[in-house]
Ligand binder design. Structure first.
Ligand SMILES: Cc1ncc(C[n+]2csc(CCOP(=O)(O)OP(=O)(O)O)c2C)c(N)n1
Ligand code: SF4
Length: 300
């Protein structure tokens, strides 16, 4: 008797839902922490993009916000304080097909890890960097962070902060980041749309998320205050392809709460990871047969 194969029904993959990116781990953030909103916006943005969880890698350092990788079904590495960006660059170069997302706090990114930001930008590695900017070190109980406003009283600034804060928007724009935006969980649809746009940008994309720390943050950094003072850049008629206008608006960091895209390079240059692949392909053509055997071995 001849065996007949069962007729195969053509399968169209079901569209991914936000819940498909949600892991079984329950977030242990304080009730009301802004990072809950960021996580929801991420799930929404990822489902809109439709990449499978195994095609995505989340890299973080250490901090409350750096817990994000564990709360997704994607690959994740909750690494070392301040070292998320160099690790993420290595991941992207080793596995260029992955969608690489870096998530962490303002302390992680602009204090201990501050030196890495400029290099990731000038290399133009294709990754998305989400900073949950709450102006304090949340995880270690509310010490002064690099974006803390002048005068802020914390356990490490008993006289009020005497230092000027770092301006993350101006910082990344000045180094030439191709995509720079700011969001707040006070506008969830706006934040999800911005995260999605950043994920889609081909190159280094940065989103500064004003994510309130309800336990150690100031009153004016909470959602209610954000709702009252946020100004969507689109409603101001800002042209996001104008880098100089973006730099000018970014100077108001800490005074105004502008949300939306400050800058999007209208002609994104090739990314570092794409250039590496191009050079590899060029080099492969000129290699001698013996060297090609070595290349094939190294690529295993
Ligand atoms: C090398 C190293 N230095 C210091 C620490 C202590 N530490 C852990 S998280 C953190 C700062 C957290 O603040 P932030 O990065 O802004 O994230 P948040 O907790 O506010 O989300 C510090 C100083 C550490 N874990 N490792
Ligand atoms: S300490 Fe602040 S940043 Fe950390 S979980 Fe609590 S509210 Fe969020």
């Amino acid at each position: 008797m001849e065996l007949q194969a069962k007729p195969v029904q053509p399968q169209t993959p079901a569209a991914l839902q936000p819940k498909d990116y949600k892991s079984d781990l329950k977030p242990i953030w304080c009730p009301g922490c802004g990072d809950f909103g960021v996580l929801q916006a991420l799930y929404r943005a990822l489902s809109a993009i439709g990449r499978q969880p195994h095609e995505i890698a989340f890299i973080s350092g250490i901090g409350c916000s750096s817990r994000i990788p564990g709360y997704t079904t994607a690959y994740g590495f909750n690494s070392v304080h301040g070292r998320a960006l160099p690790i993420a660059q290595g991941v992207k170069l080793a596995s260029p097909e992955l969608l690489v997302v870096v998530a962490g706090g303002d302390g992680d990114g602009f204090s201990i890890g501050g030196g890495h930001v400029a290099h990731a930008i000038r290399r133009n590695i294709d990754l998305t960097y989400l900073v949950m900017d709450n102006q304090v070190y949340g995880l270690t109980k509310g010490q002064l962070s690099p974006t803390a406003p002048k005068g802020l009283h914390t356990v490490t600034s008993p006289f009020g902060s005497l230092e000027e804060p770092i301006n993350p928007l101006l910082y990344v724009l000045a180094y030439g980041a191709g995509f720079v935006a700011q969001a707040t969980p006070a506008d969830m649809p706006g934040m999800a749309a911005l995260v999605e746009e950043a994920l889609r940008y081909p190159g280094f994309a940065f989103v500064n998320i004003q994510s309130p720390c309800v336990t150690f943050g100031e009153e004016e950094q909470q959602l209610r205050a954000h709702k009252a003072k946020m100004k969507p850049l689109a409603s101001l008629g800002h042209d996001s392809s104008n880098q100089l206008a973006a730099l000018d608006l970014a100077r108001a960091y800490g005074k105004e709460l502008y949300t939306g895209v400050f800058y999007r390079n209208p002609a994104p240059p090739p990314t570092y990871d794409a250039l590496v692949r191009l050079r590899q392909a060029e080099l492969a053509k000129t290699r001698q047969p013996r060297e090609r055997v070595l290349d094939a071995y190294l690529q295993k």
